[in-house]
Design a binder for this molecule. Structure first.
Ligand SMILES: [Zn+2]
Ligand SMILES: [Zn+2]
Length: 523
């Protein structure tokens, strides 16, 4: 994925309040705080307040409890997780302190989304008192930026990141006076997202000619999520234009000669799970003997009976399934597609026991809303039974492209009937994936695995396929192409929304005026 650095301010950007004020107010020390505020710098005052709270008998646990109930908009955590899943490098630059920020991010389960937290140091001393120190030792070596408070110049931190990350593009989100200086450091290819009606937004509006980055205001967590993901998508698309021609081989057509078509093969996992279990448990010969005598689905049920007779247990089968080979980019691709709000489903001619076992083992079962496959269950004797998805003795499905137990095309039609105009991306490789490819509409995409049966059939029958075709060869290409298609569709779909919703480039070119002293608002 493209390299994007996303920098978040913390107070009133990630959380809804100022964490310093929150702790002081919740622990009942507001009056003392207000008395002392005119007498010392904010950062020194916070260290002093922690001393007062400690003297009053407030413990670190009391502070942690208060931090854990800090208010946050419900779309902030999903926004951060999505940006992380999309491969962005997320960082915090904040004038709060490391103890407050770490406590809250860990509590929210998003600490690991961030590669770096730039903030004032903090630690619990031997007496159990929280000490808060300045990020910059302004007595010894002042930072010399006169836009910023003495203990921290966020602009210098941005410059350090730029020096290290080179041409990586940056998105900066903030609200306070201290977020104005770093906004001036951003380049033309970057974006700044100031919170509307907050000090940074006011300063940026009054000094638009000084800001080189694209400006995009936001008012709440929902807008933050929408705008942030839209910009990430935009940047990713721009960055991938260069890559796509050589890497993705869009719309390649090969008129390969048709040959003997083997059975459905791998898409999510790198093998056929039925063959994998049979081979790993040493029943390949018997399998090959019986194959000409019955349908595949019935044969698998029979093989489970044979394995059971030979003393192989459900646990043996599970162990084999858990070591099934999978390309390392498949799980991240699925998690990213899920984080981007896609509705993921499985349509497979394997069986529910194999699929559930593998997806749960990979930690991605909850990414899928539906698994359409042959039923399976463990009977009273501990034998795995595998049944056909369609009872072809009683009510055959009537599609002559598909095996008797399952027509994937009919499942696609059922989804289309229920989901209306929602667009579909279909990934597959086997003969059984050709029929559903024919059901897709012009706005849809089919991603057949290159040199596999579905790809051969699609190439030989291109006039029958209405959807756009994108081939892939391995998990890395699958991830790249899938996320690119999702981005493209999301951009197309959001065009209609964006005019009234996002107010792109809304900010007026207000006359520039006096700088920081204009705003008495605390940051
Ligand atoms: Zn500065
Ligand atoms: Zn069919």
């Amino acid at each position: 994925m493209a390299g994007i650095v996303v920098v978040f301010d913390f107070d009133k950007t990630i959380i809804e309040v100022d964490s310093d004020n929150w702790v002081v107010d919740e622990l009942g020390a507001t009056d003392l705080f207000n008395q002392l505020l005119p007498t010392m710098p904010w950062n020194s005052l916070m260290d002093r307040m922690m001393k007062e709270l400690h003297t009053q008998g407030k413990t670190i646990q009391d502070i942690e409890e208060v931090l854990k109930r800090v208010p946050i908009h419900p779309r902030i955590v999903p926004a951060i997780k999505s940006a992380h899943a999309l491969g962005c490098d997320l960082r915090v630059i904040s004038d709060a302190n490391v103890f407050f920020i770490e406590t809250i991010l860990k509590h929210l389960g998003i600490r690991d989304c961030f590669s770096e937290i730039n903030t004032n140091p903090g630690y619990v001393d031997g007496e159990g008192r929280l000490r808060i120190l300045p990020y910059v030792d302004f007595q010894k070596s002042p930072h010399s930026c006169n836009l910023c408070p003495p203990n921290m110049c966020k602009g210098m931190i941005v410059e350090r990141i730029q020096a290290k990350e080179g041409k990586k593009r940056m998105i900066y989100l903030g609200d306070g006076i201290g977020d104005f200086c770093p906004s001036l450091k951003l380049r033309e290819a970057d974006f700044v997202m100031p919170r509307k009606d907050f000090p940074a937004w006011n300063l940026i509006n009054k000094n638009r000619t000084l800001v080189k980055a694209g400006v995009h205001e936001w008012t709440n967590g929902k807008e933050l999520e929408h705008i942030l993901l839209q910009w990430i998508n935009t940047i990713n698309i721009e960055e991938s234009q260069l890559l796509s021609m050589e890497n993705c081989k869009f719309q390649t057509k090969h008129n390969a000669a048709h040959g003997a078509l083997p059975r459905p093969l791998p898409t999510i996992i790198d093998v056929d799970s039925d063959n994998w279990v049979v081979d790993e448990l040493g029943a390949t010969d018997l399998f090959n003997q019986l194959l000409p005598t019955m349908p595949w689905n019935s044969l698998m049920d029979r093989m489970m009976k044979e394995l059971h007779t030979q003393g192989k247990t459900i646990q043996d089968i599970e162990e084999v399934l858990k070591r099934v080979p999978i390309h390392p980019r498949i799980v991240p691709a699925i998690k990213s597609a899920h984080a981007l709000g896609c509705d993921l489903r499985v349509i497979s001619d394997a069986n529910v026991f194999f699929i559930e076992t593998i997806l749960k083992h990979l930690g991605i079962r909850d990414c899928f809303s539906e698994i359409n496959t042959n039923p399976g269950y463990v009977d009273g004797e501990g034998r795995l039974r595998i049944l056909p998805y369609v009872d072809f003795q009683k009510s055959p499905h009537g599609c002559n492209l598909c095996p008797p137990n399952m027509c994937k095309g009919m499942i696609v039609e059922r989804i289309q009937a229920k989901e209306g105009k929602k667009r579909m991306i279909y990934l597959g490789d086997g003969i059984g994936d050709f029929c559903p490819s024919l059901k897709l509409s012009e706005a849809d995409f089919v991603m057949p695995r290159k040199d596999f049966p579905a790809w051969n059939l699609i190439n030989k029958n291109r006039t029958l396929v209405k959807a756009t075709v994108h081939e892939w060869t391995n998990g890395q290409e699958l991830e790249h192409i899938l996320l690119q298609l999702i981005n493209t569709i999301n951009m197309e779909e959001s065009q209609l929304l964006s005019v009234d919703y996002c107010k792109l480039v809304t900010m007026s070119k207000a006359a520039h005026g006096a700088l920081p002293q204009a705003l008495p608002v605390p940051y």
